[in-house]
Write a protein that binds this ligand. Structure first.
Ligand code: ATP
Ligand code: MG
Length: 591
């Protein structure tokens, strides 16, 4: 059945929606694919739903192909399994919670590890039942603090989540690899450029973990990659190479010096150059140790100050820090917090005030570069004073290390030592080896060959299905509108009938029927009284990859076939149009 523009539930917009920051959001709304209901909550209009269903189909086909079985859990879930796993608390404000009429607690599922684990526990009891991979394509709910860019980061969104169940690590490795390969096929078919990067396991726990990031300048994730050895990692997961300890026998004793009016690292460095010049080279920001205090808010609501020491040329990267302290949230350390911790001298905080043995008792973690023997200029815990020649391991220690400093292009590759490059992307899929976290929490065990109970080993694998629609749009558009890859286009062909001639409309109907007989899906602009200009603009905005224009040429027996992506046009005899369209479709056309 052709989608007829005369009756299609669609209004294209000439104006950008006011809240749209990124092209995909702008264009999906303007071209009539989605409509906002509330922040992060969207309606799929008929055209949008077609694309969404196509993405789902690709994901489903590839999951089925690796033997994963589809099922469907409810989105409305009781609290108890999430209490057992600890996530009722850990997820914090991100969960939509609700109560039933008897005042019992429920939630709208943000992801379903618990439910899958319990389902397998419910039905299976032997190693002979394994391996098992099950999945669903389902609506998830997360009360994201910053819903963004239309369906790219929604509060209601569609995810494919699958889970593997194995009796041992070797089985898990195999299941993981199967999923990894399936994901490669899925993202190849979806038509966007992506990279596979090492990732943090996040709130789900577990060990080995990789993300599929669609490369995008305005993506929220930053990753680094090494052109030399192929290492690639989300910056959250980068482990800074730890330098060897330095000898410090010759370093003079630490000495506090007056450094008035040096509230910033730059002013401090200038002051050092003027009053304490080095023989070998000028002072650098990286000679200073910057101590930053943040406030951790734990899932149970307790607040804990945390001090982080980083070389003065580095900043704390919020996402890296967030990933390290999860499930705690990070808040700024405020004036009132300083007031409550008089041992902290704002602007001049030094290691002496920090750590479990420091005067403030605040937990103190250091950047891994601050190794034994490194020599620092840092706060003296007195207004207007800094300490010089403070040696790590000799003059101060901390409670541990933390990967929270920003990662930069040019930093050394943790795997081969070459310079890293940085780029941005959108997380499209995430695969990881959960291990036994959920099986243990929910007591999922099966009998092994020897009749002994073994905890099942799990993997968890997600694809952002609704996000993929936005992501494909983000990677496939131009200034005129969307340009869908064939496999996900809402129709194979957009047939535009122009002018007022009855003949044009009659012939168009015939072509539509002929195309449909070949299994080609058609979006048919059969609107009367709409100018050709408006129709062309709409066809460009909507973005079906092949556009057929029936109009003036008909008098000479030709129609125009236009390639939306390249803009190439050719006049073809009316009788050849079906064959020519078939040719254009061939690469991705199964019918
Ligand atoms: P992000 O870091 O982007 O918040 P996440 O790591 O929390 O994502 P997962 O829990 O790994 O996400 O979920 C699996 C997939 O679901 C993600 O790879 C992503 O494609 C998709 N996804 C996650 N959150 C959203 C959202 N708010 N809107 C749309 N898709 C999402
Ligand atoms: Mg993730």
């Amino acid at each position: 059945m052709a989608l007829r523009m005369s009756t299609l539930f669609l209004r294209t917009l000439r104006e950008d929606p006011a809240d749209a920051e990124v092209p995909s959001h702008r264009l999906l709304v303007r071209a009539g694919y989605i409509r906002r209901v509330s922040p992060g909550i969207y309606t799929w209009l008929p055209l949008g739903l077609k694309v969404l269903r196509k993405v789902e189909t690709i994901v489903r086909e590839e999951m089925d192909a690796i033997g994963a079985q589809e099922l469907l859990f409810p989105a409305l879930l009781p609290k108890e399994p999430f209490e057992a796993s600890g996530r009722w608390r850990e997820y914090g404000d991100n969960i939509f919670r609700l109560k039933d009429r008897k005042d019992a607690d429920y939630l709208l599922g943000p992801t379903h590890e618990e439910m899958f684990t319990l389902a397998v526990k419910d039905l299976y009891s032997s190693y002979k039942d394994l391996p098992l991979a099950i999945y669903q394509i389902q609506t998830k709910y997360r009360d994201e603090s910053r819903p963004r860019a239309g369906v790219l980061r929604g509060r209601e969104f569609i995810m494919k989540d699958s889970y593997s169940f194995d009796i041992d690590e070797a089985g898990l490795d195999k299941s993981y690899q199967l999923h990894r390969d399936a994901y490669i096929r899925i993202f190849d078919r979806l038509g966007f450029h992506y990279v596979i990067v090492q990732a943090m396991a996040g709130a789900m726990g577990g060990s080995k973990s990789e993300e599929f990031l669609a490369t995008a300048e305005n993506g929220e994730d930053t990753y680094v990659h090494c052109a030399s050895c192929g290492y690639a990692a989300n910056v959250e997961a980068v482990r800074v190479p730890v330098p060897d300890p330095l000898p410090y026998a010759d370093v003079p004793a630490a000495h506090a010096e007056a450094t008035p009016d040096t509230p910033t690292i730059d002013t401090l460095v200038a002051h050092l150059d003027e009053h304490f010049p080095r023989q070998d080279r000028p002072w650098a920001a990286s000679d200073t140790l910057k101590n930053v205090i943040v406030m951790l808010v734990h899932p149970d609501g307790t607040r804990e100050p945390l001090a982080i020491g980083v070389p003065g040329d580095r900043d704390i990267d919020e996402k890296r820090l967030g990933a390290q302290v999860e499930p705690a949230a990070v808040e700024a350390f405020q004036e009132k917090d300083f007031a409550a911790n008089p041992a902290l001298v704002k602007g001049y905080i030094g290691p002496g005030a920090l750590g479990s043995d420091g005067s403030s008792g605040i937990r103190y973690l250091l950047d891994p570069r601050v190794v034994e023997g490194t020599r620092w200029v840092t706060g003296a815990n007195e207004p207007g004073k800094h300490v010089l020649d403070l040696v790590a391991g000799r003059d101060f220690t901390a409670d541990g290390t933390i990967e929270a400093a920003d990662v930069r292009p040019g930093d050394l590759c943790p795997s081969c030592g070459h310079a890293l490059e940085a780029a941005r992307g959108i997380e499209m899929g995430h695969i990881f080896q959960l291990g036994t976290k959920y099986a243990e929490a929910l007591d999922l065990k099966v009998l092994d060959q020897n009749g002994t109970l073994q905890t099942v080993i799990m993997g968890s694998y997600g694809v952002g299905v609704s996000r993929a629609v936005a992501c494909i749009a983000e990677g496939n558009h131009d200034e005129l509108g969307l340009v869908w890859p064939r496999e996900v286009s809402p129709a194979d062909v957009h047939l535009v009938a122009t002018g007022k001639d009855q003949e044009v409309f009659d012939r168009s109907e015939e072509i539509v029927r002929a195309l449909e007989a070949e299994g080609v899906t058609v979006l048919f602009d059969d609107r009367r009284g709409v100018s050709p200009g408006v129709k062309f603009k709409d066809s460009e905005l909507i973005g079906v990859p092949t556009i057929v224009v029936v109009g003036r040429g008909l008098a000479e027996g030709t129609v125009e076939i236009k390639d939306r992506a390249t803009g190439e046009r050719s006049a073809v005899p009316v009788d050849d149009v079906v064959a020519r369209v078939r040719e254009a479709l061939r690469p991705g056309f199964a019918g």
